[in-house]
Design a protein around this ligand. Structure first.
Ligand SMILES: *Cc1c(COP(=O)(O)O)cnc(C)c1O
Length: 532
């Protein structure tokens, strides 16, 4: 490794830099995009390596039966730079050619994007849909990211001290680095030891089932061993091949993304070497992207944050009217909830007791803005979205559902709502970052004590928690009872009768979030604790 600041290549399956670059699905990608922006802000020598998903994750609309359906375009971008570099990755029995693009369009450290849409590829559409299709395509995509990514950096002449795998999709990069050592007659064990010094790994999924595993039969068929033997690949990832276990064994350090997730991850991976040493670096978001300037200025200069907030709330209400034809009331406490529709996030929890919530909505004590996509193959998530759309119709003018959740909607809601609701089943949310965006805009979090929130929450001071960290059976009814209690007993009365106290909480929320939960702080931690 050279002297000075380590040169980092940050590998991720998705990057959320801007809504106009359709290569992200959700939180993982936003985190990656925010890291590259923070690196650019501070001039750190980092590059990103990702995939140019030609057809996006999914663009999701609601049909006339209230059902979400997926729509795919083939995107072309005039703001990407053609590097002229093409590398090959052997997948099945084809040498797949992979073109390399460069993106610096969004105030980000350079992002290199891999693309198989070339006329002479048989498997030309592997870089089509992010998280799309089936296991074989997923493995092929991971080989493109990992093996193709390493080869691309080398062909571009970019020297790398640290390969950072953001989640386990990139582990084949480690396999490729080992293979390259072994071609120089270094034995496997020594190659692994030396490669490890240059790899760090961030794990994200706190549930065993969420961690990808592949059978060796398919890996072998896909040609994923990349010249290593079955036995060597088993040494890395086990049998079946666990991507996360391989990430742990390939890296010198691994981190989890919140304190609570650190505990969960160490418990989950304690039997894998390195598992009990998983560090914690809590996520952060890029202030320049997610915090509105008017709020930052009003907060730092003892200006009028309420006036700044009210303007953002009106702008959101205007935008919602343009999108949905529904005009919300700017004087009513507005609760936002925008998330991937997946069971543990419980998008419809707040509607559990229609008597209670119906009264609050009909009497204009609260209004609710919802958004979210379900994974294209997730029928349960899609049913949840249908439920939300139907609920919105039952309370016209008080509940809206916005289709096509993306960074633009995320930005608007985490600036314009009054309260940001979050109710995952504890401890299944590794971190969650939309709440950080909300917090730094003075949008007050109302959340179960999951993900990042236990580290940040000062109840009644900078936001609220409910159900006190309850974990166990019947958590839906425990959580919703507590949610209603805090909502009606504390949140609504403060909003309606104690405006000064509310504004005080907004300041406390901004103060708590704008450094501690910034991408700049996160990147500093990565340099000090992972890359050094
Ligand atoms: C911030 C963001 C996310 C991640 O937020 P969570 O709180 O982790 O759900 C997902 N999607 C979009 C569009 C975002 O802006």
């Amino acid at each position: 490794m050279g002297t000075g600041t380590p040169r980092v290549a940050y590998f991720c399956m998705e990057f959320g830099l801007h809504e106009k670059l359709h290569i992200y699905a959700g939180g993982l990608g936003i985190l990656a995009g925010d890291i590259l922006k923070a690196a650019h802000d501070t001039g750190q020598p980092m590059v990103g390596v990702g995939i140019l998903w030609r057809q996006d994750y999914t663009e999701q609309f609601i049909d006339e039966y209230d059902r979400p359906y997926d729509s795919y375009h083939e995107y072309r971008y005039d703001f990407l730079e053609d590097t002229g570099v093409i590398v090959t990755v052997p997948i099945r029995d084809e040498q797949v050619r992979v073109k390399v693009w460069k993106c610096t369009a969004f105030g980000n450290a350079p992002l290199y994007l891999l693309d198989t849409y070339l006329p002479d590829n048989l498997a030309w559409n592997l870089t089509g849909q992010l998280y799309g299709w089936f296991e074989e395509e997923r493995i092929a995509q991971e080989m493109i990211l990992g093996i193709g990514g390493v080869r691309a950096l080398q062909a571009l002449g970019i020297d790398v001290d640290i390969y950072h795998f953001n989640d386990s999709h990139a582990v084949f990069a480690g396999v490729e680095l080992i293979r390259q050592q072994m071609t120089k007659d270094v034995p496997f064990t020594d190659a692994l030891l030396s490669v490890k010094q240059h790899i760090v790994f961030t794990t994200h999924t706190p549930v065993p089932a969420g961690n990808e595993a592949h059978s060796h039969r398919i890996l072998e068929y896909m040609n994923s061993y990349d010249g290593l033997s079955c036995d060597q690949i088993v040494q890395l990832g086990g049998d079946p091949f666990s991507m996360t276990a391989a990430g742990l064994r390939l890296s010198k350090r691994t981190n989890a993304v919140s304190q609570l997730h650190g505990h969960t991850a160490r418990e989950m991976w304690k039997l894998i070497p390195g598992g009990i040493d998983i560090l914690t670096i809590t996520n952060g978001v890029h202030n320049g992207t997610w915090q509105d300037d008017s709020i930052r200025k009003a907060h730092s200069s003892e200006g009028d944050v309420w006036a700044a907030h009210s303007a953002l709330k009106r702008a959101m209400i205007d935008d919602i009217e343009r999108r949905n034809g529904v005009r919300l009331d700017e004087n009513v406490l507005t609760i936002g909830f925008a998330r991937r529709a997946t069971p543990y996030k419980r998008s419809d929890l707040i509607f559990s007791n229609r008597e209670i919530i119906g009264d609050l909505l009909r009497n204009h004590r609260i209004q609710i803005v919802l958004s979210g996509k379900a994974h294209p193959n997730d029928m349960g998530g899609k049913a949840t979205i249908t439920n939300l759309v139907r609920i919105a119709r039952e309370y016209p003018g008080s509940v809206v559902f916005l289709q096509g959740y993306d960074m633009a909607i995320g930005k608007m809601l985490t600036r314009g709502c009054d309260v940001w609701l979050n109710n995952p089943v504890r401890p299944m949310e590794a971190s969650g970052t939309s709440g950080m965006k909300a917090a730094m805009n003075g949008v007050l979090n109302l959340s179960t004590l999951d993900g990042w929130w236990p580290e940040a929450c000062d109840h009644g001071v900078n936001g609220w928690q409910f159900s006190g960290g309850y974990q166990g059976g019947d958590c839906d009814s425990v959580d919703v009872a507590s949610l209603y209690q805090v909502l009606t007993g504390e949140v609504i009365p403060t909003y309606e009768n104690r405006r000064e106290a509310w504004v005080g909480m907004m300041h406390a929320s901004i103060e708590m979030a704008q450094w501690r939960f910034s991408a700049a702080r996160m990147l500093q931690d990565y340099y000090q604790r992972m890359y050094a």
